[in-house]
Design a protein around this ligand. Structure first.
Ligand code: SF4
Ligand code: SF4
Length: 75
């Protein structure tokens, strides 16, 4: 999963206006936030942010990380 580093985000809006990821949301101050329930960890956001604000989340709940490792898509 990815997260937005708040001190790097400049609230430019590129990620939530021009990029179509349902996990990225705008918060009150115009900065971006990643909904951890929707993020699939594809890393596309890391490539489109002009201020390098998206990073892999360091504080991922181990139970959730384990579930993501063993989850198999339905046929
Ligand atoms: S593109 Fe980057 S700097 Fe701009 S709002 Fe999104 S996270 Fe913040
Ligand atoms: S890693 Fe992928 S799914 Fe997660 S916020 Fe970035 S673009 Fe969206």
């Amino acid at each position: 999963m990815y997260e937005v580093l708040e001190d790097r985000c400049r609230a430019c809006g590129v990620c939530y206006n021009a990029f179509n990821c349902p996990a990225i949301q705008r918060v009150e101050d115009g900065k971006a936030w990643v909904d951890p329930l929707l993020c699939v960890g594809c890393s596309e956001c890391e490539q489109i942010c002009p201020f390098d604000a998206f990073k892999p989340a360091e504080d991922v709940d181990e139970r959730w990380a384990k579930l993501m490792r063993i989850a198999v898509p339905r046929p």
